[in-house]
Write a protein that binds this ligand. Structure first.
Ligand code: HEC
Ligand code: HEC
Ligand code: HEC
Ligand code: HEC
Ligand code: HEC
Length: 368
């Protein structure tokens, strides 16, 4: 009885205009909470200072042509909706992804209330909520959502291809590929963009049909929750007769970092008794530029340097410092979201949190 009244309240409140996430929150509270802190929910100039910095300098701004919207706020119909960025429906109504040279394109389903999703064992189901069935029936049955239909048959929600309309690649006006994720990450159901970046976490997916766990909607990435991804990067140390090698094993099926503003850094400390020495650090970047050197992505026509750790690469960095038995070697692999130099160019120098060194993986080794 309690549940029924709750549903009645939910459904009647749905009749009033409210934002999408407020609606979803009624039945998917934990997923919405996670989502609200994610970069997808903060993907436009309202909530992402880096995006704002880039957009403010971008030549299209003067023309008022915010074509970034195609990926940063695809379903927004007005300025107010641009605030919401990549919304629930901008993913859950992706029917197909069309491939193009400059950038891919999402093809959205024609019914805005039919959501595609994935669930093992239900791959052939289309769950249509029938309005004729009474609320009494609804409170006892656990099939379907009283708010929307669900289509579990879209295989792109099982292998990660639904991420590729926005994430696959993008060329600038000079036809230079500014960023590229590569298709290796969308081949397998067992491991793909979704399984790594939306790992299974505890808590029910809906309040109406209880489940043990759900796919994490805070998204693990460089800004948020990098610790959820650290298991996909490994560090080994190999002692040589004169010196040692640090081996970085990138288990991701794409370059360790994808956005051209990122800089990865390896830091090594050698500790001998009470004496600690910082050895030379190494940076890994894929920097874009033009005849005048490094530049913003939209002004670039060439790759200036590319030392980025590649998909599934084992990168070996050699040190000539001799190791003695009992020495301790501390290794940190981390990254900058933007360097202080880039932050200055983007006029976001006051955002210190975006310029700090973030640790992705650290390990200590005692020399035997
Ligand atoms: C009145 C309650 C209610 C509201 C409001 C609601 N949902 Fe649901 N939703 C459900 C229920 C119940 C299920 C589970 C159906 C099942 O498992 O058979 C579900 C399932 C889903 C699924 C598929 C989950 C899976 O099994 O893979 C998605 C995706 C989804 N909802 C998205 C949304 C979005 C996005 C919104 C907001 C626009 C929303 N829902 C609003 C009740 C609701
Ligand atoms: C509609 C376009 C779109 C789709 C579909 C999409 N993304 Fe994104 N994603 C973006 C945009 C835009 C950003 C950048 C947001 C920002 O930094 O301002 C982003 C950022 C990210 C990040 C970086 C987060 C961080 O903390 O740095 C990850 C990881 C990510 N997406 C994973 C995924 C995965 C996995 C999928 C598929 C399940 C997916 N995305 C689907 C548009 C999309
Ligand atoms: C084809 C889809 C697409 C288009 C169009 C697009 N972006 Fe993006 N953008 C993304 C994705 C996906 C990410 C996340 C990638 C990552 O973090 O590596 C991203 C990330 C970014 C970032 C990094 C944000 C951060 O917080 O680190 C900036 C800045 C950015 N985009 C600016 C723009 C601007 C400005 C435009 C329009 C002129 C634009 N983008 C158009 C897909 C797109
Ligand atoms: C085996 C796990 C794995 C798979 C599969 C995977 N990734 Fe990643 N991804 C990582 C790791 C590890 C990082 C780097 C750590 C971090 O960003 O915190 C990363 C970083 C990212 C970032 C942030 C890059 C940046 O420069 O800010 C985006 C965006 C992203 N992945 C999208 C995707 C997409 C889209 C797919 C599917 C095509 C995918 N990933 C498949 C593990 C994975
Ligand atoms: C960037 C794309 C993206 C966005 C944005 C997104 N989702 Fe999802 N969601 C997915 C994918 C992919 C899955 C399927 C994961 C799986 O179960 O394998 C999923 C699964 C779900 C599920 C089922 C979870 C489970 O594990 O059973 C629900 C419910 C859901 N989403 C609701 C929402 C709601 C509500 C929002 C907005 C607050 C939202 N999603 C935003 C991509 C997205």
């Amino acid at each position: 009885m309690k549940k029924m009244l709750f549903l009645a309240a939910v459904l009647s409140s749905l009749l009033f205009a409210q934002s999408e996430t407020e609606t979803c929150k009624k039945c998917h509270p934990q997923i919405v909470d996670e989502f609200e802190g994610s970069m997808h929910a903060s993907s436009t100039y309202y909530k992402d200072p880096i995006h704002k910095g880039a957009w403010d300098l971008h030549p299209l701004k003067e023309k008022g042509d915010y074509n970034c919207k195609e990926c940063h706020a695809p379903l927004a119909k007005n300025e107010d909706e641009i605030k919401n960025g990549v919304t629930c429906a901008s993913c859950h109504t992706i029917k197909d992804v069309e491939e193009h040279a400059a950038k891919n394109k999402n093809i959205y389903g024609s019914d805005p209330k039919t959501f595609y999703s994935a669930e093992a064992g239900r791959e052939k189901e289309k769950v249509v909520y029938k309005k004729e069935s009474s609320w009494f029936g609804m409170s006892t049955t656990s099939v379907g959502s009283p708010y929307h239909n669900i289509d579990y048959t879209n295989e792109k929600f099982y292998n990660g291809q639904m991420c590729m309309g926005c994430h696959s690649h993008r060329q600038n006006a000079a036809q230079l590929t500014v960023c590229e994720t590569g298709k290796e990450g969308v081949q397998k159901k067992e491991e793909n963009c979704i399984t790594c970046h939306m790992p299974i976490v505890q808590g029910t997916a809906t309040t109406i049909r209880q489940s043990q766990d759900h796919a994490y909607h805070g998204f693990a990435g460089t800004h948020k929750n990098p610790e959820m991804l650290s298991k996909y990067v490994d560090i080994e140390l190999n002692k040589r007769s004169s010196g040692f090698d640090v081996v970085i094993n990138n288990k991701a099926p794409h370059n360790l970092m994808l956005h051209p503003m990122r800089v990865v850094e390896l830091r090594v400390n050698l500790i001998n008794g009470s004496k600690a020495t910082s050895l030379m650090s190494h940076s890994f970047v894929r920097a874009l530029g033009n005849e005048n050197g490094p530049s913003m992505p939209w002004l670039a026509n060439q790759i200036v340097t590319d030392t980025m750790i590649k998909a599934n690469e084992k990168k070996i960095i050699s040190y000539t410092d001799a190791l003695k038995k009992g020495d301790k070697v501390e290794v940190q692999l981390g990254y900058y979201i933007v360097t202080s130099k880039t932050a200055e160019k983007l006029n976001i120098a006051e955002h210190k949190e975006l310029q700090k060194f973030n640790i992705l993986k650290q390990k200590s080794f005692i020399v035997e």
